[in-house]
Design a protein around this ligand. Sequence first.
Ligand SMILES: Cc1ncc(COP(=O)(O)O)c(C=O)c1O
Ligand SMILES: N[C@@H](CCOP(=O)(O)O)C(=O)O
Length: 418
Amino acid sequence: MAMDHVTTLECTICEREYDPDQITYTCPEHEGVKGILEVKYDYDVIDDNFDADLDGNIQSQWKYEAFLPVDDDAEVVTLNEGGTDLFDAPNLSEELGVETLVKDDGRNPTGCFKDRASSIAVTKAKHAGRDIITCASTGNAAASLSGYAARGGLDCRIFVPGAAPAGKLAQPLVYGADVLAVNGSYDEAYDLSVEVTDEYGWYNRNAAINPFQVEGKRTVGHELAEQSVVRGEVPDWVVFSMGDGCTIAGAWKGFKEFYDLGYVDDYPKMLGVQAEGASAIHDAFQGHEDLDDIADTIADSIAVGRPRNTIKACRAPQESGGDTVLVSDEEILEAEKLLGSAEGIYAEPAGATPVAGVQEALEQGIIERDETVVVVSTGFGLKDTESAKKATGDVNRIEPELSEVEALFGDAQAAADD
Ligand SMILES: Cc1ncc(COP(=O)(O)O)c(C=O)c1O
Ligand SMILES: N[C@@H](CCOP(=O)(O)O)C(=O)O
């Protein structure tokens, strides 16, 4: 059965329309990075079909199935992604000097918010009768897709930059994927994955070209809206890190849908945060010239030189009255340590980047001290322990002797006895 609630795929540049029941990745009128398609819906149909209570009880993102672009008779491939906690963060709030909550999307099944999109990709590929699925990835999308492909019984072939963190390379291998570590950057791996898709017809999961992927990511916005209803308060700001820009785009679209349908009575301003070494979306939003494709940051997940979703990403701060900021690698690593030590939430660098972004936005006066902020931590820290060690330093190595413990804590112990 067709998707009654999906009306069309519309080019974000020229508004040409394409059939949502066909596998069409980008508008052929705009070769390359820009002819991204937008999934359009009939919200009357969605509203009629969506009958879940907004009570904060979210088993998985499939609570919002009425909003998701899959055929009614498709067999859903899921690992119960979504439904992640929104934590009060009193210690972090005190450290930052602004009321802060953390939505920990690193708690998704493969340790990353990408699972929201991968569930949709594998469901759609399987329903379309495709056996092989692919993507290019800095590591997380690859690991995520591999897990869902395993669950759905599809062959998975992924392209990652060879320098990806070891944990992100091991994870897809365990899920049984063919991992092709490209001697080059994410941008080069991405170009190769697109070439392969054109040549061999493997189903491509990449949110940068597959219009349905952003749609899965918008469930994080639905959840934030629902959690706001339960808390009785919409945060002033929601903060995401940005690489290709699909995540903030999806989250904003999801939250705004709930607002437009009258499910929640306000919406937050969206703050997008990029690393100083990979700043293309920020530069586009702020109207700066950025032509050099640089992608140099310790936050490997957001090391993107040529983001393909700049148009969709910029809509988030534009339409919500939000903004974008840049942070340094040092600030990202400090933020990773701060989030872990203040709240017990271990994020990989890109997952902690929003915390650094809040600090920067406070300094610039973008966020006011009396506002409320939600930072979305997008990926779990154990995927990249090496970069964390750059912030924390290494462990204390000792002989199994009491004297060595005393030597370490002598002063501190004395202070505690005072
Ligand atoms: C952990 C993590 N955070 C943030 C991002 C940025 O998302 P986007 O590329 O959609 O902007 C990514 C990857 O893309 C990621 O893996
Ligand atoms: N940094 C991302 C890039 C690809 O993810 P996508 O969901 O935008 O396709 C990663 O984790 O690989």
